[in-house]
Write a protein that binds this ligand. Structure first.
Ligand code: RB5
Length: 148
């Protein structure tokens, strides 16, 4: 699992890393690593680019609200980044949207609720079926936009 944050998501990122490691999941942290003010696109890009290129299969991004990170990540082909605020959204993000990036807001979530969302996303399975044709449409749109 790869993970990244800006300064607004740093504190929650440390909690999520411990949560993942306690579940036996190895985590590669792509920064930021201290509380200095940084630009979230720099860290969103690192995580999203690796997944987009197939060099990692999923990741977590955290900024203050999660909004900036979700905007950045969804610029990359093949990225399905989901900004979630509760367990249901986290579960649906996997079951229906097959989200490969979970995005959290470090300044808007409690630590416990954020861990629960990560758990719900990890424990859920993509349902495929009727949802696949919708993901296929997104992939088609992505391809068409690139060739316009
Ligand atoms: C940083 O101050 C803040 O703008 C950032 O963490 C995030 O919330 C952006 O969407």
């Amino acid at each position: 699992m790869i993970i990244g944050s800006d300064h607004g998501g740093l504190e929650l990122k440390q909690i999520i890393k411990s949560y993942l490691e306690n579940r036996g999941i190895s985590v590669e942290d792509l920064g930021t690593s201290n509380s200095d003010s940084v630009d979230y696109p720099d860290f969103g890009e690192r995580v999203a680019r690796l997944i987009s290129k197939g060099q990692a299969d999923k990741g977590i991004l955290i900024c203050g609200t999660g909004v900036g990170m979700s905007i950045v990540a969804n610029k990359f082909p093949g990225i399905r980044a989901a900004l979630v605020t509760d367990d249901f959204m986290a579960r649906m993000a996997k079951e229906h949207n097959n989200a490969n990036v979970l995005v959290l807001g470090g300044r808007v979530l409690t630590q416990d609720s954020a861990c629960a969302m990560v758990g719900a996303w990890l424990d859920a399975s993509y349902e495929g079926g009727r949802h696949q044709k919708r993901l296929d449409k997104i992939a088609r749109i992505e391809k068409e936009i690139r060739s316009e």
